[in-house]
Ligand binder design. Structure first.
Ligand SMILES: Nc1nc2c(ncn2[C@@H]2O[C@H](COP(=O)(O)OP(=O)(O)O[C@H]3O[C@H](CO)[C@@H](O)[C@H](O)[C@@H]3O)[C@@H](O)[C@H]2O)c(=O)[nH]1
Ligand SMILES: [Mg+2]
Length: 199
């Protein structure tokens, strides 16, 4: 696909609204519209860096490993807060491959070898700058490095769930799984990792 229109942007003013744990800015800029006319607008951007996520899967067992943890932003929006998610973490300047291997082990206790990068996505491009890198990785049941759980000092208290793949897919339909990255990875797995038994 090729697109004749490419945006031209002139940043006019940047204001930091909050610079605490992450960075919230308000920017006034001019954008050259498709008809050539320049238009000024302001947008807020929430910058928490980039992230990575991985679905651990085992073809023989037809199972996946997910996590369950409290997410305050979901809680304040009417959810119990306990979200079921693929292991994930922010990059903190490391490469996505390097970071996701460490993060998966920290959160689940499973040591993973080879990871496959499957796609990348902006999860909330209207306001959040984050680019999320998606991976899948086989896991073995063998001896685990530890029981997982995440970093206690950062307030993490992560349950590790090993689920039959079909049960995880049903959990999307019945609303038990409501995390975007996790839904995307499970659907990727249905298409590419566990495709043989699907109708
Ligand atoms: N003190 C404090 N701690 C915070 C704050 N916001 C986040 N944290 C802590 O910062 C740590 C970040 O943990 P990671 O495992 O690196 O990131 P994540 O929150 O799991 O992020 C992953 O999931 C997100 C949601 O789907 C993704 O947006 C992100 O890319 C990544 O994949 C967690 O311990 C979290 O509690 C805050 O405002 N204040
Ligand atoms: Mg995490």
């Amino acid at each position: 696909m090729s697109f004749p229109y490419q945006p031209e942007v002139r940043v006019l003013d940047v204001r930091t609204l909050s610079d605490d744990w992450y960075l919230l800015k308000k920017t006034r800029f001019a954008l050259r519209r498709r008809n050539g006319v320049w238009q000024e607008m302001t947008r807020e951007t929430y910058d928490r860096g980039d992230g990575a996520t991985v679905l651990l899967y085992n073809r023989e067992r037809r199972s996946v490993v997910l996590t369950r943890q409290f997410r305050y932003p979901a809680y304040v929006n009417g959810h119990s807060g306990m979200l079921i998610e693929a292991a994930a973490g922010l990059l903190d300047q490391a490469s996505p491959e390097e970071r996701i291997r460490a993060e998966a082990e920290e959160e689940t206790g499973f040591r993973i070898g080879e990871v496959t990068r499957v796609f990348e996505a902006f999860m909330s491009p209207g306001s959040v700058t984050e680019r999320l890198y998606f991976f899948v990785a086989p896991y073995e049941l063998g001896p685990r490095a530890h029981q997982g759980g995440g970093n206690i000092d950062e307030g993490e208290d992560i349950e590790v769930l090993e689920l039959p793949f079909e049960e995880a897919c049903k959990a999307i339909e019945n609303g038990l799984i409501q995390d975007g990255k996790t839904i995307m990875l499970l659907q990727y797995a249905a298409l590419h990792l566990f495709a043989e038994r699907q109708a």
